[in-house]
Design a protein around this ligand. Structure first.
Ligand code: CMP
Length: 136
């Protein structure tokens, strides 16, 4: 079933010049770019995106990181897009993410892990509405 998911290419991906490498993996898999935004978010936007994490110990440095420079936000579309993106991204921590995944091949960090992908259909709907209200 075709569905949409929200992907962030985080500031480390932009700083390291990996936008093309990462986006190419999603496109090569067969997902289509339905919307794209590039810019730097403020703390309020970070809090809204990561609403379920704002009370966690790891959140303050995560907030500083995701507001530290520009990111690309994408809506990707295709069959089982939510699950496919999560499989391509790999486990949260790049140290243990499987080789062949984006994080497994390109990250050694639990925080600076290059990408975010919606974790469920409910999260995708909420996150797409937050980042791309015009798609609602
Ligand atoms: P993401 O998929 O965007 O979802 C929440 C983010 O929080 C995660 O990727 C990481 O960037 C970060 N994160 C999750 N757990 C930890 C942790 N234990 N330490 C530091 N950062 C974390």
């Amino acid at each position: 079933m075709s569905e949409r998911t929200l992907v962030l290419l985080k500031p480390d991906a932009v700083r390291r010049g990996l936008i093309g490498e990462i986006l190419g993996r999603y496109e090569a898999k067969g997902l289509a770019v339905a919307a794209m935004w590039f810019g730097t978010i403020d703390g309020d936007k970070a809090d809204a995106h990561y609403a379920e994490h704002v009370e966690r110990d790891f959140y303050p440095p995560l907030r500083a990181f995701v507001t530290s420079g520009p990111m690309a936000a994408l809506v990707l579309e295709g069959d089982s897009a939510i699950e496919v993106v999560r499989l391509l991204n790999g486990a949260t921590n790049g140290v243990v993410a499987a080789p062949g995944t984006i994080r497994g091949d390109l990250s050694l960090s639990n925080r600076e892990n290059l990408v975010h992908g919606s974790d469920s259909a409910e999260s995708a709907a909420r996150e797409i509405a937050l980042w791309f209200p015009e798609l609602g």
